[in-house]
Structure formats: C-alpha cells, structure tokens
Design a protein around this ligand. Sequence first.
Ligand SMILES: C[S@@+](CC[C@H](N)C(=O)[O-])C[C@H]1O[C@@H](n2cnc3c(N)ncnc32)[C@H](O)[C@@H]1O
Length: 207
Amino acid sequence: MRRGKEYYYRIAKEQGYRARSAFKLKQIQAKYKLMKGGDLVIDLGCSPGGWSQVAGEIVGHKGLVLGVDLVQSEPIDGVIFLLGDVTEEGFTDRLTCLLNEKAHKKSKADVVLSDLSPKLVGSYGLDQARSVWLAQHAFRIAREVLRAGGCFVCKVFEGEDYPPFFDEIKSSFQFLKAYVPPATRKKSSEIYLIGKGFKQLIQDPSD
Ligand SMILES: C[S@@+](CC[C@H](N)C(=O)[O-])C[C@H]1O[C@@H](n2cnc3c(N)ncnc32)[C@H](O)[C@@H]1O
C-alpha cells in the first residue's frame, strides 16, 4: 500500500522507535523470517538504534544484539554497543573479542545486519561506489563472525558496482535475494540484499 511521505516517521515516533528505518527491518523480518528468540545478532551501522531496537525485541532476553557504529547510540536494554569503524584494520578482531567475552554460549553470530551508509557527497557515482565498498566490508566481517546456516542483510545503493557485488557474494549463501521494503522512500536507490543459509568456507590446511 502507498503511504504518505511522513507516515513511517510519524508511526516511528508514536511507537517509540528512534528511526523510521526500524520499519524497513520489520518488513524484511516479516517477509524473510531471519531472526528468532535467543539469537545473537550483529547490527553494523546501528546508530541511532532503530534496527537494534527491532532486533532486540525479536531475540528477547535470551538473545543478544551487538550494535556497531562510528557514532554513539543511546543505551537500549539487551543491546551492547561497540564504537568503531568497520573499514579499519583490526576491527573484526575487536568484534570477535567482544563476542567471545559477551556471548558466552555462542562463538558465532546467527545474523549479521548492515544498514551502513556513507556520508553522502552528492555525486551519485561516488556515493554508490562507497555504499558498495561498505557492503563489502560488512560481508568480509560476516564471513568471519557468522555461523554456518546464518543470515545476512545488507544495504547497497543501486548502480554499476552493485551487480558485481551481488555476484561476488551469491555463492556464499543458499539463498540470496534483493528486496526493497515498502518503508523505503520512493526516490531512494537503496536495495537490501537478503542472504540465508551462509556457507562457511572450509579452510584448506595447506593454505
Ligand atoms: C542509515 S544509518 C543506520 C540507521 C540504523 N539502522 C537505525 O535503524 O537506526 C547508517 C549508519 O552507518 C554508520 N557508518 C557509516 N560508515 C561507517 C563505518 N565505516 N563504520 C561504522 N559505522 C559506519 C553511520 O555512522 C550511520 O549511523
């Protein structure tokens, strides 16, 4: 159904979500059933915390959400925030250490989400390329921290770098689809890639 421009902004306020983007994750979850109670979820590019709120509601008190961003988010019950730059060398090691410390029973995440967005410079080609570059970092991190069979969601801006990225990650999942949730603004070029059934690489000991 077509909604007015400010519809999601208004209901986000009414329902206590920090960002209208919370409804994009709700719609992704309703369609693809990625998260469940007790899951360990990593939310890359989490600030101000709309997706972390939604993920926290789904995983409940037996699960855990670990949110990562360059900028601080206000606290949310059941969510641990890590300040950091996902593109920095050594970031995945920091994340893995935190996982080992906080998620006692699980060493790997069930779901990795990425709503990472670059600071827009207004040149579409550049913004698009930077969004794919961030998505590549999200995928690189997911390869390290996601359990076999786990799920991956990541945002990219549509453009010339997007099809090669889709092809690059396709073979790592049993299922990979592009989806535009209805809460996405009509003029936006955002697409969400939904990966299910992560195929963990078996490391060749001779490598
Ligand atoms: C669209 S916002 C995310 C909104 C969030 N999903 C929500 O529902 O509240 C994108 C976020 O990506 C973060 N970001 C961009 N580049 C990043 C990087 N290199 N490392 C970590 N976070 C980054 C930005 O700081 C910004 O908060």
